[in-house]
Design a protein around this ligand. Structure first.
Ligand SMILES: NC(=O)C1=CN([C@@H]2O[C@H](COP(=O)(O)OP(=O)(O)OC[C@H]3O[C@@H](n4cnc5c(N)ncnc54)[C@H](OP(=O)(O)O)[C@@H]3O)[C@@H](O)[C@H]2O)C=CC1
Ligand SMILES: CCCCCCC/C=C/C=O
Length: 375
């Protein structure tokens, strides 16, 4: 009886019956395949934030649950997740979040059913629907992990570009790179821009945008594969911070000094970079991944002397500062992608259940480019 009611809610006619292994379902003009598909969308999987992280996140900090999809209310939209993002910001932003709720985060999804005037069936969106396969939400009351209301954005036609890019170069990381660099570092042609976390989702774009603006680019990352990739993207100098002495390499390879530093990492390495900066240098403090898993803040040499002596300007930012100009960044990056001047790389893990492992992996530096999960 319950199944009959759920089928009715999904639009499957309930007037005649047939058997599919394990389930009694109803059929007339629906094929067996479409019925199985319909049935599989009657439940939704969620990964619940079950335990606060203690040091590095662990798979056991999450709990997988499967629930029936409730009927859609007026104003709500039902989505089907296609790609879900894993981002280092999840580690610091999780602190203080209540337990027992769905893990927060962004996904690219398709509208399955809509009772909201601004979303229609078949639309592709990007939004903070969290770690769930078939989320339902009221877009007008959806909160981002950062505590503000943020409606899912209906994506324009991406033509031949993959929709997953809305979580990377054509989404939040792309705008972090674009606005963080152009607004805070304000690089001029001929200047030298240094980037830490350079082979990550944000860093790899910052370096290429800086090249597009006529700058010399220094990328700091770990592992040969990442450094080779950065070189192939046009980075002028690459430094392996685990294998090389960053201070020595900057002295040798960047004698002109650094004008702009886009800092994704923080800690000791950033203190070293600051000591190589030129007069009136600008620093965009984007993240501090070197300390995200730490129980007490890591120590680093003091930076005030370098700041004072070279009259540096350091500014931290949240990319949401530019929500009012969001499309400007996306369109600029899309233009460069189409011209072949902004390359992207995705590090895709397959399977919804793998989200915790994918998050842990990206925090460890496993990903080259943007880490995401294909649902
Ligand atoms: N301010 C804002 O609005 C935003 C901030 N961010 C922040 O920007 C930073 C980059 O994000 P994103 O590109 O998405 O992340 P990614 O996971 O794609 O890249 C981060 C990189 O950091 C490096 N890394 C990890 N741990 C360390 C460590 N202990 N020391 C040095 N490097 C390390 C890894 O590379 P490797 O193997 O080379 O060490 C990794 O590639 C993060 O700090 C994130 O929190 C992101 C989006 C928005
Ligand atoms: C030191 C904490 C840094 C957290 C940065 C997270 C900002 C991310 C915004 C993403 O949209």
């Amino acid at each position: 009886m319950m199944l009959r009611r759920v089928l009715a809610a999904t639009g499957v006619p309930t007037h005649s019956c047939c058997m599919i292994p394990g389930v009694r379902i109803l059929s007339s003009h629906y094929s067996r395949t479409s019925l199985i598909r319909t049935l599989s969308t009657m439940t939704t999987k969620k990964l619940i934030f079950a335990k606060h992280f203690d040091g590095e996140p662990k798979p056991s900090d999450f709990k997988l649950v499967e629930e029936k999809i409730p009927a859609l209310k007026n104003g709500e939209v039902q989505f089907e997740a296609l790609f879900i993002s894993v981002d280092p910001y999840m580690r610091p932003v999780s602190v203080g979040k209540p337990l027992g709720h769905k893990m927060f985060g962004a996904q690219v999804a398709r509208v399955v059913e809509s009772k909201h005037p601004n979303y229609k069936k078949g639309d592709n969106v990007v939004g903070y629907m969290g770690w769930e396969t078939h989320p339902i939400c009221n877009p007008d009351t959806l909160e981002s992990p950062f505590g503000a209301l943020e409606k899912p954005l209906v994506l324009p036609d991406f033509k031949k570009l993959p929709l997953s890019l809305a979580l990377g170069v054509l989404g939040m990381p792309g705008n972090t790179a674009f606005f963080g660099l152009t607004e805070l570092c304000q690089p001029k042609a001929g200047e030298t821009v240094c980037i830490s976390g350079a082979a990550g989702a944000v860093g790899s774009l910052v370096g290429q945008i800086a090249k597009n603006l006529g700058c010399k680019v220094v990328g700091i990352a770990n592992k040969k594969e990442k450094l080779d990739w950065l070189t192939s993207l046009g980075f002028d100098v690459v430094i392996d911070y685990k294998e090389e002495d960053v201070d020595k390499r900057l002295t040798e390879k960047v004698p002109q000094g650094i004008d702009c530093y886009f800092d994704n990492v923080g800690g000791e390495m950033s203190s070293t970079v600051l000591s190589h900066m030129n007069m009136f240098g600008r620093v965009a403090v984007c993240g501090a991944i070197a300390g995200y898993n730490a129980k007490t803040p890591p120590l680093a040499p003091m930076v005030q002397s370098a700041i004072v002596m070279n009259q540096l300007r350091l500014e931290g930012f949240f990319v949401q500062r530019w929500l009012g100009r969001w499309n400007e960044g996306i369109l600029k990056n899309m233009g460069w992608v189409q011209e072949g001047k902004l390359q992207f790389r995705e590090f895709v893990t397959e399977g919804f259940e793998k989200l915790p492992e994918a998050l842990i992996g990206t925090m460890r530096g496993d990903a080259v480019g943007k880490a995401l999960v294909k649902v």
